[in-house]
Structures are given as C-alpha cells and as structure tokens.
Design a protein around this ligand. Sequence first.
Ligand SMILES: Cc1cc2nc3c(=O)[nH]c(=O)nc-3n(C[C@H](O)[C@H](O)[C@H](O)COP(=O)(O)OP(=O)(O)OC[C@H]3O[C@@H](n4cnc5c(N)ncnc54)[C@H](O)[C@@H]3O)c2cc1C
Length: 388
Amino acid sequence: MTNLGGTAMALDPETFDALIETVRRFVAERLRPLEEQVAEEDEVPGEIVREMREMGLFGLSIPEEFGGLGLTMSEEVRIALELGRTTPAFRSTFGTNVGIGSQGLVMAGSDDQKAEWLPRIASGEIVTSFALTEPGAGSDSASVQTRAVKDGDVYRLTGTKRFITNADKASLFTVMARTGGEGAHGVSAFLVPADLPGVSVGRPEKKMGQQGAHVCDVNFDGAPVPAANRLGAEGEGFKIAMRVLDRGRLHISAVCVGIAERLIADAVAYARERRQFGKPLADFQLIQAMIADSKTEAMAARALVLEAAALKDSGRPITLEAAAAKYFASEMVGRVADRAVQIFGGAGYIADYGIERLYRDVRLFRIYEGTSQIQQLVIARETIKAGG
Ligand SMILES: Cc1cc2nc3c(=O)[nH]c(=O)nc-3n(C[C@H](O)[C@H](O)[C@H](O)COP(=O)(O)OP(=O)(O)OC[C@H]3O[C@@H](n4cnc5c(N)ncnc54)[C@H](O)[C@@H]3O)c2cc1C
C-alpha cells in the first residue's frame, strides 16, 4: 500500500480482511468485557491503550510513509463500524489521532511539520487534540476569539478553547486562532505543543455519557507558538478546519451505524429470550415493528456512509454527503437507542443491562463535530448552491 499525493491506495483485500477480523476480535474479546469498568472508572485501562498502539489503531488514517496504515476512507469507515460495537469511549482514545487531531497536519502540513509529528501520532506515542470550540464560539465557529499575534518568529497565542476531546492527554493541539479581521478569513491554524509556556489544561468535565473519554478547557496565555508551526497560510485555518470536519463527520457516522447494529443485536437477543403472555417478546408485532424500523434505518445509514466514503476516495468533495451522513446516522442511532430501551422495558432503564449507558453515550453524536441543525444548514446550502 502506498500513498500518492495524499490519496491513499486500498490495502489488498486479504490484508484488509485480516485487519477487520483483528479489530472485530479485539472489540468482542478485549473491549466489551471492560465496558462497565471503563464507565465506572472514567478511564480506559493503560494495557488496552498499549494494545491499541500495537495494533496500529492510532495511525489508521496516517500515510504509510509516516508509519500509519494509510487506510482509504472506505476502509477507515469499515473499521469505525466495527469499533461502534462497543462503548464509544474506546474509539475516542485514538479517535483524535486518526481524525480531527491529525488530519489538518496530513492535509495542510509542510514536509517538515509532517516528518516531525506524524510518526509519533501514528504510533500513539503522542495524543493530539483539535481545538476549535470556545466559550463564545460553538456552532458559529468562524467567530473564534482566541488571538495569535505575530511577535518576531513566534505568534503569541491567547484565549480559551472549550470541550476539547483528549486535551488532558494531548501533547499537541491543532488550534484555530484569529490572526486577521473578523470572520472565517481571519482564522489561521497552528500546531501547538502542550508543553509550551502559557498553555494549561483544565480538569475533565463531568459528562452525560461516554465516560472514559475526557473533554477539558485549554487556556493559552501568551503562549509563544513558533511561526514555523502555522498550518498553511495565514487566513486558511477555517478552511482547513472545515475540511478536517468533513472527514471526521464520515468517521462519526460509521461509529453511529456500528452502535445501532450493536443495539439492534442486543434488543433482538433480549426479545427472543424474554417471555411475556406465554411468548417471547419477539413474537409481538409491536416489538417487531420497532426492530424493523431500527434495522431499516441502520441499513440506510450504512449505505449512505459507504457511498460517501467511496465518493471521498474518488477525490470528489464530500461536504454535502458527509453532513447528510452525520445528520442521518446520528439522529438514527438516537432513535434506535430509544427503541432498544423500550424493548428492554424496565431493564432498559437499569444500569446493569448496559442499554441505558449506550442511550446516554449516543446523545453526543447529534452535538459534536457540528450539531444536527448545523448539518441541516450545510445540506440545504450545498443543495441550493447546486440547484437541487
Ligand atoms: C463531549 C464533547 C466533545 C467535544 N470535542 C470537541 C473537540 O475535540 N474540539 C472542539 O473544537 N470542539 C469539541 N466539542 C464542541 C462541540 O463541537 C460543540 O459543543 C458543538 O459544535 C456545538 O456548539 P455549542 O456547544 O457552543 O452549542 P451552540 O452553538 O451554542 O448551539 C446550541 C443550540 O443552538 C443550535 N444552533 C446554533 N446555531 C444555530 C443556527 N444557526 N440555526 C439553528 N440552530 C442553531 C445548535 O444546533 C444547538 O442545538 C465537543 C463537545 C462535547 C460535548
């Protein structure tokens, strides 16, 4: 497998099948038994992180020349589908290295920047985070107020980033900061090492779900970022961030489909086992309707994700398709989780069965990497622009 000008070549089918099988077994045999422990302790065990490194999971999307697996988007989403079959916090452990934390560098980094950072990101030696959101700039991400002011051969970075995934473990942040005037064109992207003076990370927030994955504030107080750490030209940062998110949205959509498939399997197993009125729940047509709706929607989302990934691999822009996949898949998994709770009845509400945990976990997918409303706006904008 080689990487030509940023376009990954597919693995040969045998190698890829072996990789999928390894991930499938890892999820089933190593991760699923630890779901409750991770939720209770709010931490993925160190030995699991080590195994993830050894399997190459931190470098799924990083070009082979920098030590990653250099998967195509179609291959990456198929791996993400498998990873969806367990607590999503496991995927988050390396999710930023594979997606939003590394892809700005892969897409817009100079040769020197790539050589300096990508091998360590691919191996999982370091964790990366993507820092766009701020206390005053969420959906309106082009309004970021963090400032990067040129001062000789550094930019002095000042501001606060909010809800930054893996910030407590990150050695490197991709930070979007204002170098120019208001709006998207005034934003530049920077590679900011966590150990620079003036960089500090807040305590992990308490969250509704996805325990084991942490988000924190990141503060910059005049941090001197070498000018050589700017990604792309001044003013290109917002464009880079949006391209990173297009890609990230597809990956998240695949995770949503994987979790939906897991929830359907759990609900079907329960419906076949649990008896009421002298019959298994699965015999009741009102239960069957919920299973049918969930299955149909999960299949539709899977098809949408795979088609959008293939389109990306063909080199075409996927802004519309990624937004549509994220919108549909994240809303879909919310409905599927809700029906799974219903099929489990009282047990669906009780922690021991694990369904309520997944129900809480999936709520996030409609919010981060662009809320459902933002996806709707993107889909409408792109559709209207294209004349339908
Ligand atoms: C667990 C978690 C992890 C995260 N990880 C990261 C990360 O690693 N890096 C990072 O940069 N960010 C991260 N985020 C931030 C996340 O991307 C934002 O929370 C999200 O984009 C929404 O921004 P907001 O929270 O400010 O909500 P707001 O923008 O304030 O939105 C509030 C509500 O208003 C709606 N709304 C806003 N504008 C419009 C509009 N124009 N039309 C209609 N409705 C609108 C929204 O859809 C939403 O329903 C994370 C968030 C969480 C919770």
